[in-house]
Write a protein that binds this ligand. Structure first.
Ligand code: ATP
Ligand code: ATP
Ligand code: MG
Ligand code: MG
Lengths: 226, 226
């Protein structure tokens, strides 16, 4: 569903250059749940953003389906993302003037698709926010805001969901609900999930775990158990 | 070092009232490391902010040392916090136009205290940010921003540190460094630490773990082991 070849990403210039990605080649197969772990600053968010078309590689190639991201215009890239990609940001990126409910439905509005009401309800139930939909982000706890960000990515039922530490602010019960739901979306609906996490418990829901260190892949575990 | 008595906190009015705190009485003894756990939305951040004087209770009383927070003027409260309290926010609250180094030194500037250079270096080493001090928050990874927020609270060597999920975005190695450091600050320097966490591994560094559910204390464990 998505892949990168020989991907590099450089930030800064001269002495203060940081090679956030330093030669990464990886494929995310359709209908699979991949977890990515690694030290803080190892390049996980950078890899996710480049694979999802939210940022550009310095060198190397990135694909979603058969479309090469580096060859698309800004407009084509935006349309591709809107149609195929859901993204849960490490820092949520919610719209502060919209309520939780409006934030969740927002990508569907943008894509001019009508929310499937039954699906919307199921997603809202899963993230446990049914009684908080009328509140704005500033009136929600940290974990509730994170759950709004997760619901927003799930409700579009995109082909591929990139989730950057989606359970970092959640207790075991709330994370379990979300992780099982993503697992079900992969096994029953054929969606593809790529999830960054620091929690081995969360990684154990995935089919495969990749390890990133200093911008390079340094390991892989299939069908992990905690 | 700090305590709350019969604390309640209500948000909203009428039908959409939320009792974020619903009768909490707890003391945080000087020189102790307390962890607070509980479901997302149970009132942990609210309890921390009211105990630290960043927000006002609806009813009940909060004290830092012998000073009753509800009886202080805004100015007295600000001075008390600046002198005695360090706070690590769940969403960091870094100043976007300052570098990591400037963010870390900021509270000392405000309090017109000179940073003790050796201590500053030790804190920066502990959080592993020595090579990122000249970068602004937007040029840092999620976990690096979290570590700036932690360093900023530690560098003032306040009597009491309130840390709201300080390791949520960190890998095991980085969290371990920070948690051991806080434990040392408590055992060797007599500081007081109150830490919200969803991670039982992090809670195991504390002397005592409190459990909060729906705005009430529902349990306590002394000297936890994982
Ligand atoms: N400004 C506000 N207006 C209305 N409700 C609020 C406001 N701020 C917080 N709340 C509600 O108060 C309750 C407690 O919030 P709090 O942030 O203390 O939870 P928490 O335990 O820190 O959760 P998390 O683990 O998700 O960070 C939540 O249900 C939240 O939605
Ligand atoms: N705009 C930028 N300018 C300079 N350096 C940057 C910029 N954005 C990120 N970096 C650096 O690139 C490296 C990788 O960052 P990235 O956000 O991908 O890490 P991460 O693995 O997601 O970390 P975390 O687990 O802390 O979220 C980090 O060292 C970071 O400081
Ligand atoms: Mg990251
Ligand atoms: Mg909170």
């Amino acid at each position: 569903a998505a892949q990168v070849h020989d991907a590099t990403k450089r930030y800064g210039k001269g002495d203060s250059t940081v090679m956030a990605l330093n030669g990464v080649t990886v494929g995310f197969q359709k209908g699979r749940f991949t977890a990515i772990m690694g030290p803080s600053g190892s390049g996980k968010s950078t890899l996710m953003q480049c694979a999802a078309g939210l940022d550009q590689l310095t060198s190397g190639r990135a694909f979603i389906g058969s479309a090469e991201l580096g060859r698309l215009s800004e407009k084509q890239l935006t349309l591709l993302r809107r149609e195929k990609v859901g993204f849960v940001f490490q820092q949520f990126n919610l719209l502060p003037t919209l309520t939780a409910g409006e934030n969740i439905a927002f990508p569907l509005r943008l894509a001019k698709r009508r929310p499937d009401k039954a699906w919307m309800d199921q997603v809202v139930q899963t993230v446990g926010l049914a009684d908080r939909l009328d509140h704005k982000p500033s009136e929600l706890s940290g974990g509730q805001q994170q759950r709004v960000a997760v619901a927003r990515a799930l409700v579009e039922r995109p082909e591929i969901i990139f989730a950057d530490e989606p359970t970092g602010n959640l207790d075991t019960h709330s994370s379990g609900e979300i992780l099982s739901f993503m697992q079900t979306a992969v096994r029953d609906l054929g969606q593809t999930v790529v999830m960054v996490t620091h929690d081995p418990g969360a990684a154990s829901y995935a089919d495969r775990v990749l390890f990133l260190t200093d911008g390079r892949l340094t390991g892989e575990v299939m069908a992990p158990t905690v």
